[in-house]
Design a protein around this ligand. Structure first.
Ligand code: CS2
Length: 438
């Protein structure tokens, strides 16, 4: 065994070619690798489907992966231990700024699928250098080349993500050129999906562990829980990998599944992110071990579950599985990471339940408490001069420096302007502030 990790060989394909790049991905990050890249590597026809994966704002992930031929180690971390797997589906790791390569790939008839993990806020970002602006210019190149129809598959945590992607891409295409909007409508299939795999940020310890246990150097391994789910609805006019071999489910009505995941898993995450940090915890597992957080989460689940009534959703089983996944003591999933982009996440994760409960004549108090926890967390962060990452960051900081009911109303307005006009809702949220004090 070499004495230092620098003496170990770098992960490499040893001259073997990667699978042909027939999928373009935008948003090369840890989640893409633990999820879409992993599903593609486990499809029965994996040898025919490589991914050209483009980074978002920074090139770092591409710079780390390119020298190791796109290969990376997936560390599957269960309560009992780690297992290691080299994932080979990323054929090319590309700097997102390399739009020439993006256009070239999209103009190739062999390219059949575009997957997206661009984060929720990017669907509202109309700037030409944002990922969807780049995609639209790539689609124009495809049309010009006569390369035929293609599927765009959104893998972001948004309700109706396929339709949200369609609306954004059509809007941007029309702005570029009206005829392109027409082409997109006729040739691009937008596939909606619900994606799930808890993927905490990789740490230096993880990098060292891979070197030690695997006997090679990997500058960029990914850690994930054993659980993985991908539920998809829509057409693939130019074909797709046999993702069902890896456990992906193809359904005709995605909505109940995506609501189940978005409200129960992501909703609980968002609640724990704020309530947990207010109570001094750093990770999901720690927050879950605190009775005050856990009870608030279960109460929120009770509210949300009343609106998840489709047969076959097995809500009790799903809740039980979530409790086990969240409690995985070896996954350090940081609450600070989940707390980012709160105003938008609350709109997607808390507001639907709050509205549905109120429409049924109930208060929606547990959903309101999630919003209140965010408000307290924003106020604390502002008071401490801590960073707040949010698509409406300036407005959040400004509203967070107000006090009392005024602060509640101003912050609620950033989550949902209509709800903030409802004095009963403002009163309800206000009454739930300071709930998670130590
Ligand atoms: C989390 C998600 O950071 C967050 O907002 O709720 O990333 C969550 O871990 C994934 O959706 C799990 O599939």
């Amino acid at each position: 065994m070499p004495s230092t990790t620098t003496e170990l060989p770098l992960l490499s394909r040893n001259g073997a070619p990667p699978p042909p790049a027939r999928i373009v991905h935008l948003g090369l990050g840890a989640f893409h690798r633990s999820h879409q890249a992993w599903f593609t590597a486990h499809a029965g026809d994996a040898g025919e489907w490589g991914i050209a994966s483009f980074t978002g704002r920074r090139p770092d992930a591409a710079l780390a992966l390119a020298p190791q031929d796109g290969l990376f180690t997936l560390v599957e971390r269960s309560a009992g231990g780690d297992s290691f797997e080299v994932v080979g589906s990323i054929a090319e790791a590309v700097d997102g700024a390399d739009t020439a390569r993006l256009n070239e790939l999209l103009a190739a008839p062999a390219t059949a699928v575009v997957t997206l993990t661009v984060t929720e806020k990017v669907y509202d970002d109309d700037s030409p250098d944002a990922p969807l602006g780049r995609l639209v210019r790539g689609l124009a190149a495809r049309r010009d080349a006569g390369a035929g129809p293609i599927a765009v598959v959104s893998c972001d945590n948004l309700a109706g993500n396929g339709e949200v992607a369609r609306a954004a891409v059509v809007r941007l295409s029309e702005a570029l050129e009206p005829a392109l909007g027409e082409w997109v409508r006729e040739n691009v299939s937008f596939v909606g999906t619900s994606v799930d795999r808890i993927t905490p940020r990789t740490t230096a310890d993880d990098v060292a562990e891979v070197a030690e246990r695997c006997g090679y150097r990997d500058a960029s391994p990914v850690v994930a829980e054993p659980f993985a789910s991908w539920i998809l609805q829509g057409d693939f006019p130019a074909g797709r990998p046999a993702w069902e071999d890896a456990g992906a489910q193809f359904v005709t009505d995605l909505e109940p599944f995506e609501n189940r995941k978005l409200w129960l898993l992501n909703g609980a995450h968002t609640l724990l992110a704020y309530a947990g940090q207010l109570r001094g915890h750093a990770t999901v597992a720690e927050a879950l071990g605190d009775q005050a957080c856990r009870a608030a989460m279960e109460e929120f689940w009770d509210e949300a579950a009343r609106h998840l009534t489709e047969p076959g959703l097995d809500i009790p089983g799903y809740r039980q599985a979530l409790l086990e996944r969240f409690a995985n003591p070896r996954i350090a999933h940081y609450l600070a990471q989940i707390a980012q982009d709160g105003s938008l996440k609350l709109r997607l994760r808390a507001v639907p339940t709050l509205r549905a409960e109120r429409a049924d004549g109930r208060s929606g108090i547990a959903a309101a408490r999630m919003v209140a926890a965010w408000i307290d967390w924003v106020a604390d962060s502002v008071a401490q001069g801590a960073e707040i990452q949010d698509p409406q960051g300036d407005s959040v900081r400004e509203a967070g420096s107000l006090s009392g009911r005024e602060r509640v109303e101003a912050l609620l307005r950033l989550v949902d302007a209509d709800l903030a006009k409802d004095t009963a809702v403002v009163d309800l949220v206000d009454s739930e502030t300071a709930y998670f004090g130590k």
